[in-house]
Design a binder for this molecule. Structure first.
Ligand SMILES: O=C[C@H](O)[C@H](O)COP(=O)(O)O
Ligand SMILES: C=C(OP(=O)(O)O)C(=O)O
Length: 357
């Protein structure tokens, strides 16, 4: 038995012997066991600390580069995600003077009603819900992407999942469907990475401004420790949060007037006015081809002097568009929201770097 299998088997044995023991079929490893199976080396941990600090410097205005969170809407095929990471790592070197790219490695998907919930929940894409395997694949993939030299971004949705992955993350999203949730604000208040709170799906920005205040505060929260025990956790509070404008109710909110209004709301609440524009979702009216238009508009606003526009998000995969689960899957095409393809992504990031130079 190899070290990974042994670590995970002993973790399952611990979980199964507890009083309310789950059957072996549905036991999950503890965060400690998963980290022991997929450890982060000292060098990688130092890289991630430096990348977290770099992200925070951009968001606080100490570094005038543009932060770009870019990558697939969701990861369903780790092999395609790694191929994407290798391309992005090479491009990151080319644009490093002007842009800090952070790769979206999204393993959880919030759904409007029902649908595939991501690699961590259903790695076989067939509803079988092998979460134990999903956690393993998610941690292994994030570690591999970090080993390519890239900082990692993800949305944290299930608070219990965070301790399995949070040491690998340089930027975290709290999504439009959960920004108003106290549990997610408490989770954000415990994270070492910067956190972007998205405006609500109806376009409301104030919930995200409130979320920033709540996350900056220390909390006592229900949590699971690294050994898998339920604990009362005292969080330190996270001062490194910001707003993400993603549009709402089908209407964009990235234009200059929206950005000015959002920055004013942040300033009057005593919060960081530097923000991110998500070029996808309602800002692109759910049409991936419009992401370029949004990005070019934001670059023009920056050129006109609005340095509150510190960051962008793009949904991008190896190939353009999306496909349905159940069909024969094409390599490198999203199975959730439609994405721009790699060629467009490369062109957009190079254009942005030239314009920002
Ligand atoms: O980014 C992804 C989706 O917009 C989000 O997860 C909601 O997806 P759904 O409306 O298809 O469920
Ligand atoms: C689900 C996402 O976004 P939102 O929360 O803005 O819908 C996402 O970025 O994948």
């Amino acid at each position: 038995m190899n070290a990974t299998a042994a670590a995970l088997e002993s973790a399952t044995a611990v979980t199964s012997s507890s009083t309310a023991s789950p059957s072996a079929a549905n036991a999950l490893p503890t965060p400690d066991a998963l980290s022991a199976a997929y450890p982060v080396s000292r060098a990688l941990s130092a890289q991630i600390s430096a990348q977290r600090a770099a992200v925070k410097r951009i968001l606080s205005g100490e570094d005038s580069r543009l932060l770009v969170v870019v990558g697939p809407c969701s990861v369903h095929d780790p092999r395609a995600a790694l191929e994407y990471a290798e391309r992005l790592a090479a491009l990151a070197d080319d644009v490093a003077g002007q842009i800090l790219p952070v790769m979206r490695v999204y393993v959880e998907k919030p759904r409007t009603t029902v649908g595939w919930k991501g690699l961590a929940y259903d790695p076989d894409l067939d509803g079988s819900g092998d979460i134990a395997r999903g956690l393993e694949l998610s941690r292994e993939l994030m570690r591999d992407v970090a080993e390519c030299g890239l900082p990692i971004a993800t949305e944290l949705l299930q608070p219990m999942l965070a301790p399995y992955l949070d040491d690998l993350l340089s930027w975290v999203a709290i999504g439009a469907r959960t920004t108003e949730s106290q549990l997610h604000r408490e989770l954000a208040s415990d994270l070492g990475a910067a956190v972007g709170f998205k405006n609500a799906t109806n376009g409301g920005v104030q919930v995200a401004v409130d979320a920033m205040a709540a996350a900056a505060h220390p909390h006592q929260r229900f949590a699971m420790d690294a050994g898998g025990r339920p604990v009362v956790q005292q969080t330190p509070g996270n001062p490194h949060t910001h707003l993400v404008l993603r549009g709402g109710s089908g209407e964009p909110n990235y234009q200059a007037a929206h950005v000015r209004a959002a920055a004013a709301a942040l300033e009057s609440a005593g919060q960081n006015p530097r923000l991110m524009v998500d070029c996808s979702h309602a800002n692109a009216r759910k049409d991936h081809r419009r992401q370029s238009e949004v990005m070019l508009d934001v670059l023009a606003q920056r050129e006109a002097g609005n340095l509150n526009l510190a960051a962008l998000m793009l949904e991008s995969h190896l190939h353009e568009g999306k496909q349905s689960l159940g069909s024969t899957l094409r390599h490198g095409v999203s199975v959730t929201d439609a994405c721009i393809g790699w060629d467009t992504t490369e062109r957009l990031l190079k254009t942005a770097a030239e314009r920002l130079a």
